[in-house]
Write a protein that binds this ligand. Structure first.
Ligand code: A3D
Length: 309
């Protein structure tokens, strides 16, 4: 039997995640939303694309959590997205309530699943999902640093006019203004970025990466990015289902690594069938270490706020 992936929230990101995992022909997919008709209509449309694209994944849409039973992975995209002028933190109160209720339903109906959070503010929503589900911390993780490093990689590829597949960027920390792009661990065809670009250009790329989400919100005006976010989430689902143990920068529960403890934050981690298999420690400069500490402080301040909600 094919593994089962449920996607909670059938909006822009959720529907694209469902489509991408269905197209990998890996899984059967359940798309769930509170709005009646939307997940059913989108799922039927995707199911019918299978005959043209050539996949046999079964896709169903629903408003009933009973349908997520026996899911191997549950991807959570339910919640509000940013509009121009909003920070990800502005979403905190509303999305905390949504993630609590979604996580309680996952605990009840898919207690053996791995939970992958996409909803913002990402690191704190992953923390809320961990608390509300009562799952082992390794079975709850967040998608964001993979998206952030994809943004950084694409800006570097544009600057150097090289294939983006040759760029290996690293981004750690929070998915927010204090995210930590890591130039010291960013390479193009194996060469350190500092050997290829002057510091001012690298600084500009770092800044554009930090503001990468807002740049897209500014263009779209009615919502936030979803093509690259869904690609990142689908890649992580594949790593879990295929047990690749690939090192993917993800929001994971820190347990002493990098001097951090008890918070979800973007770190390199091996991702496999048990969720977070191992957090990987890489060399950082003193400046990058300081930035990671500041990032952690911002996440902890949000975590404290949401615990009181
Ligand atoms: P959108 O297209 O508005 O879809 C959200 C969906 O969630 C809608 O269909 C809602 O009906 C549904 N929903 C709301 N409440 C519930 C609920 N209680 N149960 C089930 N479904 C519900 O937004 P989007 O898809 O663009 O974004 C979804 C979330 O992902 C937002 O919080 C974004 O900020 C976040 N996001 C995160 C990243 C990261 O990199 C972490 C990237 C892009 C979007």
């Amino acid at each position: 039997m094919k593994p089962k992936v449920s996607v909670i929230g059938a909006g822009n990101v959720g529907a694209e995640v469902a489509r991408r995992v269905a197209e990998k022909d890996l899984v059967n997919v359940v798309l769930l939303d509170i709005v009646e008709g939307i997940p059913q209509g989108k799922a039927l449309d995707m199911l019918q694309a299978g005959s043209i694209v050539g996949y046999n994944s079964h896709i169903m849409g629903t408003n009933d959590y009973a349908d997520i039973k026996d899911s191997d992975v549950v991807v959570v995209t339910a919640g509000l997205a940013r509009k121009p002028g909003m920070s990800r933190d502005d979403l905190l109160a509303k999305n905390t309530a949504i993630i609590k209720s979604v996580s309680e339903n996952i605990k009840k109906h898919a207690p053996n699943s791995i939970i992958l959070i996409v909803t913002n503010p990402l690191d704190t929503m992953t923390y809320v999902a961990w608390k509300a589900s009562g799952f082992d911390a390794k079975k709850v993780l967040g998608m964001a640093p993979l998206l952030d490093l994809a943004r950084m990689s694409s800006f570097i590829a544009l600057e150097l006019n090289v294939p983006v597949t040759e760029v290996k960027a690293t981004v750690l920390g929070t998915h927010g203004d204090l995210m930590v792009p890591v130039p010291s661990q960013t390479k193009v065809s194996g060469k350190p970025i500092a050997d290829l670009l002057p510091k001012e250009k690298i600084d500009k790329i770092v800044d554009r990466t930090r503001k990468g989400g807002a740049e897209i919100v500014g263009h779209l005006k009615t919502g936030s990015a979803y093509y690259a976010p869904s690609a990142a989430a689908a890649h992580m689902v594949e790593a879990i289902l295929k047990d690749t143990k690939e090192t993917i920068c993800s929001s994971v529960m820190s347990n002493g690594q990098y001097g951090l403890n008890g918070l979800y934050i973007g770190l390199p981690a091996k991702i496999g069938k048990n969720g977070v298999e191992e957090i990987v420690e890489i060399e950082l400069t003193d400046e990058e270490k300081q930035a990671l500490k500041k990032s952690a402080e911002a996440i902890m301040a949000n975590n404290e706020k949401c615990v009181k909600l």
